[in-house]
Every structure is written in structure tokens, then in C-alpha cells.
Ligand binder design. Structure first.
Ligand code: HEM
Length: 410
């Protein structure tokens, strides 16, 4: 059978295009531009060979996020999904579960992340920001420069989400190292090792909290399991895993990518320093322009679904490309331009619909406090190396700075 896609006739067995190659790593937006110009929906292979449908136009990505025919449950995959998989004790999380289980689990944690609850954390988040920036200032005094990724963007969200969940301070750095290894492994052995360590760490943490409950979210979830039987043990560990992972990785990358974006747009940076009231709009523009997430979690068509004139067969894997949607000229005029005065500040960086980011208010609070405080505290801040020499990790999942050396030296 032959089906047609924007890339030509699709013949079963023919090799698929592989857009996530070396050229992609050096300029992902050029690849997305070419794909968008051909059409919205493309049948492509991921680097491991798995076939997926990549949706690139903003209108289709937005529609896809709200479409109940796209399930996140792997049981709907008929193509023997071979992508990123986790042991079941980490896999029973919100991003793999459809209603009604999704609703039950999300309700157990959502009250901890409402805008009102998050606003109560403002003081403690600011304290963490201030403490870390004192370390950054000391490093700059001692060595002339400091890496904002290692010294600031990475520990900040881990401390915030770690203290909410009840993860001891000493374990936060170890957890961060395993997550980095899991998301961008140098090989299969490193991936398996990192997942194993994260799993053991969380199982031990749950056992510790069960023995000695504290005033934290994990202790509350354990009580919901043990006293109310409202979730299984795998669901409990998986929820803790997702909250720790999603709550730290993405915030870290938005702060680092965002800070670089501001430092490379000195005119808008000066405006922001002068008029802090512009911050909320600037944060939204950073989430559109500099956010790290390239594609959403994979989804599976539960029935044939038509997008942009292409019919995706039931059981196939779909990736909604947020990064491409954010640069779609059909939605955003001059989409590659970073502009804090943009009239249309809406974006899909935090998802939409049922899986809309649980931590959106917490993410915005941390990004705002982190960037404002950095700009206030270091008036002469600049990158210690030319911006185009900085190292990035770029995969079909995320695009993130690995190092951001900063200096205030003239
Ligand atoms: C700027 C930082 C962040 C970004 C860009 C981000 C982005 C996203 C996106 C795009 C989704 C939807 C994924 C999909 O539909 O496939 C999502 C879901 C989620 N996010 Fe965030 N996130 C951020 C921060 C956080 C924080 C701080 C938390 C802390 C709890 C968090 C927890 C979650 C959870 C638990 C989900 C799954 C929700 C569900 O399936 O019901 N995220 N996030």
C-alpha cells in the first residue's frame, strides 16, 4: 500500500528520512523550517530508527495537544514502540496514563502546585536564588568567571522541588547527575545504569519517608497510598520520579537558555533592567523562543487521525513539535526574532489540555526570580566566552546549554 505525505509517497519498508542528524544538532530551527515549508506532518525515523509522525505546524500541534484520539498510553502502540522506556515502577506516571487514572493521580498532587500555594513559596525560592548567587559571586571573585549552569540553573530547581518533595539536600546533586545521564546517555549501558540508580534511590527514599514521615509532598502521597489506598506503590514511585524530573530539568534549561538569550540581546536586556514591569511578558517570550523542549511526550493514535491533510494510522507514534510550532510564521510574525514586546505572548511551552504542565506556576516563579535577581545583582554581566562557542545538548527531545560561563570582568 502507498500513502502520501509531504515527503512523497510512503511505501512500507522504504527507509524513512532521519531529520535528527548532525545538521540538526548544529541548527535545529533550520531543520524545522525546511520541514514546515514542505508540510505539517512528516513520517520520519528517530535516531534509534523508530518510525514516528512529526507534527510541525503550530495549529496542528495545538490541536494535537487537545485531541483525545492521541493517547499517551503505550498499550495503544501497534508498531511495537521502541522509544524511551522505563521500568514499570517509574513508568506509571501522569505522562503515560490516560483518563480516568490520569485524573485520579493528578488530583492527588495538583493542590500542591496551585498558583496560591506556589505564591507562598516565593520567599523560600528567593532565599535559594540569593544563596546560590552568592556562590556564583564568590566563584567569579576567585576565578574571574562562573558556570551559571552548574552553579545556579541546575541546583536551583532541584533544591526547590527537592524540598517540596522531601529529598535530602545531599542527594540532590547525585539525582541531577543520573538524570543528565538518562536524558542524554553516551550509550545504552549508561542509560540502563542511570535508570537503575534513579529507581533504587526513589524506592529507598519512599522507604525512609514511610519510616519517618515529614511535612512534605512525598509523605502525603505515602499516606494517600497506605491509609486511603488511592494509588499503587508503582504509581507512588512514578509520580515522585516525574515531579522530580519534570520539576528540575525544564526549569534549569529555561533559566540557562533564557539568560543567554537576554545577554545576547543587550537592548532588550537594558530595557528590562530599567522597567522590571516588562518581566512577565519577557518570561513568556523566553518560553516561546528559548524553551528547551523540542517535542512533547510521544502519543499514539487510537484511531486513524487526520492532521494537515495526512492520515495517521491507528497505533502509530506521534510527536508534537513544540519548538517548531513556536517558530511557525503562520502564527508568529518574524518568529525567529526574540521580542519582549510581541503582542501575541501565548505559547505551548508548558503544553495544553489534560497534560498541561502541573508545575507551570512554580516554573514561572522560579524563572522570574532567577532572572530578575541575576540582572539586579550583576550589572556588568556577560558571557565569558563568545556565545557561538558555547556547548549545547541537542536531541529530538531537548535543546539545552551544557555550560554558561559568565563574568563581570571588564
Ligand atoms: C519551564 C519549565 C517547564 C516546562 C517548559 C515544562 C513543560 C511541560 C510540558 C510541555 C508538559 C506537557 C507534556 C506533554 O503534554 O507531552 C509538562 C507536563 C508536566 N510538567 Fe512541566 N514544565 C516545566 C516545569 C515543571 C515543574 C516546575 C514541574 C513541577 C512539578 C513540572 C511538572 C510537570 C508534570 C508532573 C507534568 C505532567 C502533567 C500531566 O501529565 O498531567 N513541570 N510540562
Amino acid at each position: 500500500m502507498t500513502r502520501h505525505t509531504p515527503d512523497g509517497p510512503l511505501t512500507d519498508g522504504a527507509p524513512l528520512p532521519r531529520p535528527f542528524d548532525e545538521a540538526f544538532a548544529s541548527d535545529p530551527h533550520a531543520v524545522y523550517r525546511r520541514l514546515r515549508e514542505k508540510g505539517s506532518v512528516h513520517r520520519v525515523a528517530l535516531p534509534d530508527g523508530s518510525p514516528v509522525w512529526l507534527v510541525t505546524h503550530e495549529a496542528d500541534v495545538r490541536e494535537g495537544l487537545a485531541d483525545p484520539r492521541l493517547s499517551v498510553d503505550k498499550r495503544h502502540s501497534t508498531t511495537g514502540y521502541t522509544g524511551f522506556s522505563l521500568p514499570s515502577a517509574l513508568d506509571r506516571n501522569l505522562l503515560n496514563i490516560d483518563p480516568d487514572d490520569h485524573r485520579r493521580l493528578r488530583r492527588l498532587v495538583s493542590h500542591g502546585f496551585t498558583p496560591r500555594r506556589v505564591e507562598q513559596l516565593r520567599g523560600s525560592v528567593q532565599d535559594i536564588v540569593d544563596g546560590l548567587l552568592s556562590d556564583v559571586a564568590r566563584a567569579m571573585d576567585a576565578r574571574g568567571e562562573a558556570d551559571a549552569v552548574a552553579a545556579f540553573a541546575t541546583p536551583l530547581p532541584l533544591r526547590v522541588i527537592g524540598s517540596l518533595l522531601g529529598v535530602p539536600h545531599v542527594d540532590q546533586d547525585r539525582f541531577s547527575g543520573w538524570v543528565t545521564a538518562m536524558l542524554a546517555p553516551r550509550g545504552h549501558a549508561e542509560l540502563v545504569d542511570a535508570i537503575g540508580r534513579i529507581h533504587r534511590f526513589l524506592v529507598d527514599l519512599v522507604a525512609d519517608r514511610r519510616a519517618a514521615p515529614g511535612d512534605d509532598m512525598l509523605s502525603d502521597l505515602i499516606a494517600a497510598r497506605d491509609e486511603g489506598d488511592r494509588l499503587t506503590e508503582d504509581e507512588l514511585v512514578s509520580l515522585a520520579f516525574l515531579i522530580l524530573l519534570a520539576g528540575s530539568e525544564n526549569v534549569q534549561h529555561v533559566i540557562a537558555n533564557g539568560l543567554l538569550t537576554l545577554l545576547t540581546h543587550p537592548g532588550q536586556l537594558a530595557e528590562l533592567r530599567e522597567r522590571p514591569a516588562l518581566f512577565p511578558a519577557a518570561v513568556e517570550e523566553l518560553l516561546r523562543h528559548a524553551q528547551p523542549i523540542q517535542t512533547t511526550i510521544r502519543r499514539f493514535a487510537t484511531e486513524p487521525v487526520e492532521f494537515g491533510g495526512v492520515v495517521i494510522p491507528a497505533g502509530d507514534t506521534v510527536l508534537l513539535c513544540l519548538a517548531s510550532a513556536h517558530r511557525d510564521p503562520a502564527r508568529y510574525p518574524e518568529p525567529d526574532r526574540f521580542d519582549i514586546h510581541r503582542a501575541d505572548t501565548a505559547h505551548l511551552a508548558l503544553g495544553q489540555g489534560m497534560h498541561y504542565c502541573l508545575g507551570a506556576p512554580l516554573a514561572r516563579l522560579q524563572i522570574t526570580l532567577a532572572l530578575r535577581t541575576v540582572l539586579d545583582r550583576f550589572p556588568g554581566l556577560r558571557t565569558a566566552r563568545p556565545a557561538d562557542e558555547l556547548p549545547w545538548t541537542t536531541t529530538f527531545r531537548f535543546h539545552a546549554l551544557r555550560e554558561l560561563p559568565l563574568t563581570t570582568a571588564p
